[in-house]
Design a protein around this ligand. Structure first.
Ligand SMILES: Nc1ncnc2c1ncn2[C@@H]1O[C@H](COP(=O)(O)OP(=O)(O)O)[C@@H](O)[C@H]1O
Ligand SMILES: [Mg+2]
Length: 221
């Protein structure tokens, strides 16, 4: 089976500096992989390239076996919508919407009607242990609960690859462990591939694999 994700000779230059240089890697379906490295080393740059939010200066990004090099912006958006889910450090929930409507939003963007989108969103909120908080707004939820809403939102489109950039970076230690437990359970139960940037060594050690970004290179850690 082809890997869900592959980078082949990827270079990214930003502000005149080569941030990533000749990076090649391959991640099989359902693997859990941490990306670690010093602050400013290029971890987010790498994740943004993987997530098709950015494009390499050289080299190829392959997702689900498709070479995205020559893809149009519509094709890139379609790949993001169908294959990928994103979770960020800052949760990025819309404050005026309830938890339920935040989670339903990606389906509404896809043209799913609101009742069906809300039903699917409720299922995902239950899966992250927040079935009873569907009417709450982000401001009424704790940090850990907000991140679980964000994870439910990322999962509602049933992605095969979940990309998380410091998802526990704003959480205290115990809450961070709960969020990590949830992500690992989703990997185990649904086979979702998990690629997570973290600078927390304890979190990185719970992933099957750990890649380190340093001096523009990516190596097994
Ligand atoms: N748009 C940009 N223009 C110029 N330099 C950038 C840009 N984005 C990031 N950088 C630089 O690239 C390097 C890597 O950034 P980043 O990938 O965010 O690091 P990390 O996530 O590992 O902390 C940093 O030195 C940062 O200043
Ligand atoms: Mg970063």
């Amino acid at each position: 089976m082809s890997p869900i994700l592959a980078l082949d000779g990827v270079t990214r230059i930003l502000g005149g500096q080569p941030i990533l240089h000749d990076v090649s890697l391959s991640i099989p379906q359902s693997q859990t992989c941490a990306i670690v490295g010093p602050s400013g080393s290029g971890k987010s740059t790498l994740l943004n390239l993987i997530g098709l939010l950015d494009q390499p200066c050289q080299g190829r990004v392959l997702l689900g076996g498709c070479d995205m090099t020559a893809a149009t912006s519509d094709q890139r958006a379609a790949m993001r919508n169908h294959l990928l889910g994103f979770v960020f450090q800052g949760f990025n929930l819309l404050p005026r919407l309830t938890a339920l409507d935040n989670v339903a939003l990606p389906l509404c963007y896809r043209g799913v009607r609101q009742p069906a989108a809300r039903r699917a969103a409720q299922v995902q909120l239950e899966a992250v242990g927040l079935g009873r908080r569907s009417r709450s707004r982000p401001a009424d939820l704790s940090g850990g609960q907000r991140q679980r809403v964000a994870i439910a939102r990322a999962l509602v489109t049933e992605p095969r690859l979940l990309l998380a950039d410091e998802p526990t970076g704003n959480l205290d230690g115990a809450t961070a462990r709960e969020v990590l437990d949830l992500l690992l359970a989703l990997n185990r139960d649904r086979g979702v591939t998990l690629v997570m940037v973290t600078h927390d060594v304890a979190i990185a050690h719970r992933m099957e694999r750990c890649l380190k970004v340093q001096d523009g290179r990516v190596a097994n850690a």
